[in-house]
Write a protein that binds this ligand. Structure first.
Ligand code: NAD
Length: 467
């Protein structure tokens, strides 16, 4: 069976995944018309403007080429709230909607909320008047493709839908590089010839990726592999963070330990930097989703194993806040503390699950006055984050337009995001407690430092010890 040639793509969801992914696909495929749709009028208006709704290095340049035809092409990247038209015109539809942790009902606090995926599927079934290839781009629990099939069979039995899984592995902050040079493109399909032909049509969309990096597997393996990859990355961070606690209690040094451990080629040196814990919208929710899947399958020991990854992360954030308190004579009452960095990692303004939010809440609870600065995150976003995590915190917080202003009269400077400007502009000033992760996926890089005016009197440069 010859693969269909994809001419029009619709992507439902114009977020951190849908926007950049489709910008790159459109840029690399001038002959394919790509329309990204969303329920949010504000998000779509921003994608059509010069102030894109998300920040990623090199994203704007790619969008300009495909959306505005700055290289002389006919523009082939479009943004719209007319979801039904974009669905009907497309032969391939990505579902790139959010799949957050459920907050109520069965599995609350662990299971993935699939309401947005279901709503996208219903929109497809209702708007489509011809056969479609439907691609799960969102991270979903194993078995979700079956639910989509049931929805399509019930709502549009006269049409044929080929459902594929093609999870996204980009990391925020390096999304464009990850999309242009992916470690792998994963495509999950069924075993029959029609499904395999749909998978081949999708593979051809990734025309810039070497063929040996396009991995085709069965659809359930694909759904589960994305969850597994994020869980193993998160586990690695929790593992090194757990070892940092032992180092601090024994006099061993976590950076030396990480270096030695990482020299073993079976382990490798990446993702071995201790930190105040991972953040971002994916790691915690994906680990919890796996915990829920294991519990649903009555695999209690497996569930416990993965739950410990999240538990350790919460412990590490608390330990980090306690360490700051301890360094300042066990009380933060009316002490000014500068927080440099609010985004969960550098080169993004995404603050979802940022460790800075939890740690700021704990410092405020100890009576601290926080002076916060982030190069990209807006004052409104910082206050919104604090309001949901720590109500009535606003009287204890001031947001500053630059790092120097935030640091004036601070007893301690806490570097929560490894923005380059913090590394270069403050190099050489007295610091303590460097803690950082090297990033290959969505997680958090952190360090703490005292300013020259610290009253702790301790210079603990490169020493992450909790004293
Ligand atoms: P996001 O919240 O930034 O974007 C999702 C968008 O979908 C929102 O703009 C929302 O308005 C829209 N949406 C929801 N339901 C809709 C509907 N029925 N019709 C139209 N639009 C709808 O989410 P994201 O960070 O882009 O993540 C999307 C998925 O990709 C998630 O499953 C996530 O786990 C996965 N993922 C995220 C990352 C990442 O770094 N953010 C990386 C890999 C995979």
């Amino acid at each position: 069976m010859l693969p269909k040639t994809v001419k029009r793509i619709c992507c439902i969801g114009a977020g951190y995944v849908g926007g950049p992914t489709c910008a790159v696909i459109a840029k690399q495929n001038p002959d394919i018309q790509v329309t990204v749709v969303d329920l949010s009028e504000a998000r779509i208006a921003a994608w059509k403007s010069t102030a894109l709704p998300i920040f990623e290095p090199d994203l704007y340049e790619i969008v300009e080429v495909a959306r505005d035809g700055t290289d002389g092409r006919r523009p082939n990247l479009h943004f719209s709230t007319d979801i039904a038209t974009a669905i009907d015109e497309a032969d391939l539809i990505f579902i790139a909607v959010n799949t957050p942790t459920k907050t109520a009902g069965l599995g609350a606090g662990k299971a993935s909320n699939l309401a947005y995926v279901e709503s996208a599927a219903r929109m497809i079934a209702e708007a489509a008047t011809s056969d479609k290839i439907v691609v799960e781009k969102s991270t979903v629990p194993c078995g979700t493709a079956d639910s989509l099939r049931t929805i399509f069979a019930a709502l549009a039995p006269h049409l044929a839908f080929d459902i594929l899984s093609n999870p996204e592995f980009l990391a925020e902050g390096t999304a464009i590089n990850d999309l242009l040079n992916p470690d792998r493109i994963l495509i999950g399909s069924l075993k029959d010839a029609k499904s395999k032909s749909a998978a081949e049509a999708l593979a051809q969309v990734y025309n810039w990726v070497p063929r040996n990096r396009i991995v085709t597997v069965n659809i359930w393996s694909s759904e589960l592999a994305k969850l597994a990859a994020n869980c193993m990355l998160a586990q690695r961070i929790s593992s090194i963070n757990s070892l940092s606690a032992i180092c601090e209690a024994t006099g061993a040094e976590i950076e030396e330990l990480a270096q030695v451990v990482g020299l073993d080629v079976r382990i490798g040196g990446r993702m071995l930097k201790a930190s105040a814990g991972f953040g971002g919208s994916c790691f915690k929710k994906d680990v919890l989703s796996l915990v829920y899947i294991a519990e649903s399958l009555h695999l209690e020991e497996v569930a416990l194993h993965w739950k410990s990854v999240v538990d350790l992360n919460e412990y590490q954030k608390g330990r980090f806040a306690r360490r700051i308190t301890r360094a300042l004579h066990n009380t933060l009452a009316n002490k000014r503390i500068a927080i440099l960095g609010w985004a969960y990692k550098k080169n993004t303004r995404d603050t979802r699950e940022s460790a800075a939010i939890t740690i700021a809440g704990q410092l405020i609870a100890e009576g601290a006055q926080l002076a916060i600065y982030d190069p990209l995150v807006s004052e409104k976003q910082i206050f919104d984050d604090l309001e949901s995590a720590c109500p009535n915190a606003s009287s204890s917080v001031k947001v500053y337009p630059d790092a120097s202003a935030a640091c004036i009269d601070a007893c301690a400077v806490v570097i929560m995001t490894e923005w380059d400007e913090f590394k270069t502009d403050y190099a050489g000033s007295p610091t303590f407690g460097g803690m950082a992760n090297s990033s290959t996926d969505d997680h958090h890089l952190t360090s703490t430092s005292t300013s020259a005016s610290s009253d702790s009197g301790i210079d603990m440069q490169d020493d992450p010890s909790e004293k």
